[in-house]
Design a protein around this ligand. Structure first.
Ligand code: ATP
Length: 911
């Protein structure tokens, strides 16, 4: 038989009916060692990276053409065609030119927005635990190849199709493939060759989620060859850059367009048939009117503002998975946060070790192995205290972490708390690697935040068996009947003594962990739950310090001034949680409720308690879910953090679910709206700040663009019905709308946060974007624009300027008004008259310079004269134009000042 190369056989054949050994042999892998790095390199060349083919993007040409697929553009093209028929060839050319420029700008902007989102998607790429060359590594899931040995834990997303080799209570949720939402049990036992996908219990399929248990499997198919890859055509949907607000604005501008077209037709009718105006001129006038009134640039500018905001958030470690969350973030009133790692640094150090007879302290910093134990302030030699050694050995071996040197420091792979136990064991003279070889592990029950302990079964080479358990002290006390005395014997447990020790250690803000054991026999190989939950011997307690993050303290006080209440929901002990809450300066750190308290709480009290209390301890994920619901009942909009697989329901239910990027499971990330790349609470506060800023900037773009359109269209309507000459021609209006306005409004996407952005209360979620205030502003500014444009036009005509000159002044006035108005609209809640605010946004300054240069070209370049009928502006008129701009700016600032003054007075009187 020809040599069967793995590449010939892998990928496209079923594996579920073969035995695990056969699969491993055929894939030339090894259960313990995995494959080698070189082999992996070779295979990745052969099979390609383990990712699904990118969803088909529209071709560049199609994307470009889509910018012409728009009601307004159809109107313009029709207008250009009719203008051509009527002999206005220049107009036709200019209209086509402007349509083209607009499409190019839209195309470039859309490209930028898509790129920003692509980059963010890449930041969320899943990772996988793989064994290669005998060592466990955490790799990007893309690097997997057939033959790789992969470890599965609860909350993981299966990274490729795996034939299972080992499993322990492994349950996988396969809804994505089979539609079945209940998890199915998986095991390495082969199944019938004809089994349907849902019955292939020996295979874990790529993209499905591990909901419980553990497993080890060998990769049999990657990328497009996986089951999900075969049907991935269905998943190819790309999320569009949109949010409820953007959709609303999009609908609004479409309706506005239709309304404008209808009124334009009516005006045309009135002009031609009732007033007997010339059809030819009238036609060009109404084209101008339509162009003037429709906010062409608005949708594109809103999209870009949103995409840039999302990109800024990602730079600040807050990655949005669902874009509508940008808006929700601005309305958040409560943030419920985990403690460990989010509010604290998750750099743990064992500080206290309590046995039945002594309370030891440890010295040393972080994970550094230097340091020792003290008793009553005197240094001691740990080896002289056998019960201390026994406790530290158990803590080091009932442990899944490892320490390794990195740039002159010791760092932890795995749980930082467990790493701290290894360091403490070293200080007691125990090297966990040597001890692990002396008493190797046979089986384990992993830690889970529901049962709050971890247990291992180990055997030494003399036939002695040990069950070691470590976990939350209250939980372990329930499981123990005995305690280890200083003489090495077991005595009945003294509840009060231990309780007093637990409270004392927790009151210092240390996290308390208890360690217990039970001897067992040599042929005990599988550890069951019901074997560890009774009659254990308590060895002692460990107190671990985990200092709060400095930046979290600052972020909490920032949240408070922003009207956001921060609550801590932790699995830790109540006293520890309260001590940390005090250091973090939470609002109510006088009381903590535990999960048990919550279980006893009558249903009707949940709403009140969830509002009042800020520290919840010893909670389970179910409590989190109930707290979310209670807070939402009282009208709160809340962000909730989570990392475990069981946190998913609470994350989904919260208005903004926040998953941890580093220590969070894939299941939590999938359920969340936002992922924190650095697991840091301060990043949530940053995200809220950015969310509020994005919303402000969207509002500013609307506030800026609508009055410009309003002013232009009112100018035309007034001229038309007053029987005056048009102060601006349709082509000139096209120029202003599609070139100057778009360039200026684009700057608003880059607007930095307002100084008071985190000092004002959250935005009520139901608040309409076009508030009464905004509508008033739009009307007021439109009116001032009309006055300015007509003012200069009429003035110029009285001082003997030609019609062309007067029109050139009018257009320049319009653009100047826009420039000044930009500075005004950039600040909603404060005066713009401040050097930092005037010049604080480089994008605005660049936009202004660009628009001035374009405007000078428009006014003085001879070729522009041909297209737009412009004339050079002399110094006096130039000064007048700038003067009008300054006047508008001052009037609007005065109006804003007055409004803010009235508002403040009302607030003061209200109090
Ligand atoms: P937070 O929800 O604030 O992140 P947490 O990390 O303290 O809190 P859990 O991880 O649910 O919450 O831990 C709850 C308790 O379980 C801890 O206080 C500790 O006593 C115990 N514990 C945590 N990790 C382990 C572990 N690896 N092995 C044994 N016990 C553990």
């Amino acid at each position: 038989m020809a040599d069967l190369k793995p590449e010939d056989s892998a990928q496209n054949r079923p594996w579920h009916h073969l035995t695990a050994e056969k699969v491993i042999a055929e894939l030339r892998s090894d259960e313990q060692e995995g494959i080698s790095e070189e082999e992996a390199d070779r295979r990745i060349q052969r099979y390609g990276p383990n990712r699904l083919p990118e969803p088909k993007k529209r071709s560049l040409l199609l994307r470009f053409l889509s910018h012409f697929h728009n009601l307004l553009i159809y109107i313009l093209v029709a207008a250009a065609a009719i203008a051509g028929l009527l002999g206005h060839w220049v107009d036709t050319g200019v209209i086509f030119g402007v349509v083209l420029i607009n499409a190019v700008i839209g195309f470039v902007q859309e490209g930028k927005a898509e790129k920003a989102l692509d980059a963010i998607r890449n930041m969320l790429a899943p990772r996988a635990s793989v064994v290669r060359d005998g060592t466990r590594q955490n790799l990007s899931a893309e690097a997997l190849v057939p033959g790789d040995v992969v470890l599965l834990e609860p909350g993981d997303k299966v990274p490729a199709d795996l034939r299972l080799i080992k499993s322990k209570n492994l349950q996988i949720q396969e809804a994505i493939l089979t539609g079945e939402s209940l998890p199915v049990e998986k095991s390495p036992t082969s199944v019938d060759e004809r089994a349907a996908i849902g019955d292939r219990r020996s295979v874990a399929f790529s993209g499905t989620l591990v909901s419980a248990g553990q497993g080890v499997g060998v990769v049999v198919a990657t990328g497009p060859a996986t089951e999900i890859g075969r049907i991935s055509g269905m998943l190819a949907e790309v999320e569009r850059v949109t949010t409820p607000l953007l959709r609303k604005m999009d609908r609004f501008s479409r309706w506005l367009s239709v309304a404008i077209v209808v009124s334009v037709v009516a005006i045309f009718g009135v002009g031609v048939w009732l007033q007997g105006q010339d059809m030819n001129t009238m036609f060009m006038t109404v084209v101008g009117l339509a162009v003037a009134a429709i906010p062409e640039g608005l949708p594109a500018i809103l999209t870009v503002t949103l995409a840039l905001g999302v990109q800024r958030m990602a730079a600040r470690h807050a990655i949005l998975r669902r874009l509508p969350a940008v808006e929700t973030l601005g309305s958040v009133t409560v943030i419920c946060s985990d403690k460990t790692g989010t509010l604290t640094r998750n750099e743990m150090t064992v500080r206290t070790v309590a046995t039945a007879e002594h309370t030891f302290k440890t010295s040393g910093v972080g994970y550094d192995l230097h340091g020792g134990f003290t008793l009553d302030d005197g240094e001691i030699e740990a080896a002289k205290y056998p019960h201390l050694i026994e406790l530290m050995r158990a803590a080091a071996l009932c442990n899944d972490s490892a320490l390794r040197p990195h740039q002159g420091q010791w760092i932890v792979s795995g749980d930082p708390m467990e790493g701290a136990l290894l360091t403490a064991a070293f200080k007691a003279g125990l090297d966990y690697r040597r001890e692990g070889k002396r008493v190797p592990r046979t089986d384990a029950i992993p830690f889970d935040s529901d049962h709050r302990f971890m247990a291992t079964l180990n055997h030494d080479h003399d036939g002695n068996g040990f069950i070691w358990v470590k976990g939350a002290p209250e939980r372990l006390l329930e499981m123990c009947s005995w305690q280890r005395s200083g003489d090495g014997r077991s005595a009945p447990i003294e509840w009060e003594y231990w309780q007093e020790r637990i409270d004392a250690i927790a009151a210092e803000g240390q996290r308390v962990l208890a360690v217990a054991m039970r001897p067992t026999h040599a042929d005990h190989v599988e550890l069951m739950f019901d074997e560890v939950d009774h009659d254990l011997i308590l060895l002692g307690l460990l107190g671990l310090m985990d200092p709060p993050r400095e930046e979290a303290i600052a972020a909490i006080s920032e949240c408070r001034s922003a009207g956001i209440r921060v609550k801590m929901i932790t699995g830790d002990h109540a006293s520890t949680a309260l001590a940390i809450a005090r250091q973090l300066r939470l609002e109510n750190c006088g009381e903590a409720l535990t999960g048990q308290d919550l279980d006893r709480l009558p249903e009707q009290d949940w709403v009140e308690v969830s509002e009042r209390v800020d520290v919840f301890a010893r909670t389970t994920p179910e409590h989190k879910l109930k707290l979310v619901e209670a807070l939402q009942k009282s009208g709160h909009v809340l962000a909730m953090t989570g990392d475990g697989v069981n946190d998913a329901p609470a994350l989904k239910r919260a208005d903004v679910g926040v998953a941890m990027g580093r220590n969070g499971t894939e299941a939590a990330k999938e359920a969340a709206e936002m992922v924190l790349a650095d697991d840091n609470f301060a990043s949530i506060a940053q995200a809220v700040r950015e969310g509020r800023t994005v919303y402000d900037n969207l509002k500013k773009a609307i506030l800026f663009l609508l009055p410009v359109n309003g002013g232009e269209s009112m100018t035309i309507v007034v001229a038309l019905f007053a029987g005056l000459v048009m102060p601006i021609t349709p082509l000139q209006i096209l120029w202003v709308n599609m070139v100057s306005s778009v360039a200026l409004a684009m700057a608003l996407a880059f607007e930095p946060p307002e100084p008071n952005v985190m000092r004002r209360p959250p935005r009520p979620p139901a608040e309409p974007i076009l508030s009464a205030l905004l509508l008033w502003r739009i009307a007021f500014v439109s009116f001032l624009f009309v006055v300015g444009v007509f003012g200069i036009f009429l003035l110029a005509q009285t001082d003997g300027s030609t019609l062309e000159e007067a029109r050139t002044y009018a257009v320049n006035t319009l653009v100047t008004l826009e420039i000044f108005y930009l500075f005004n609209a950039r600040h909603l809640g404060t005066t713009a008259l401040h050097p930092k605010r005037m010049f604080g946004n480089r994008a605005a300054l660049i936009a202004v310079v660009v628009v001035i240069v374009l405007q000078l070209t428009f006014t003085y370049a001879p070729f522009m004269e041909t297209f737009f009928d412009t004339r050079p502006v002399d110094f006096i008129h130039g000064a007048e134009i700038v003067g009008i701009g300054v006047m508008l700016f001052l009037i609007l600032e005065a109006e804003k000042g007055l409004r803010l003054w009235v508002q403040r007075r009302r607030v003061r009187q209200g109090r």
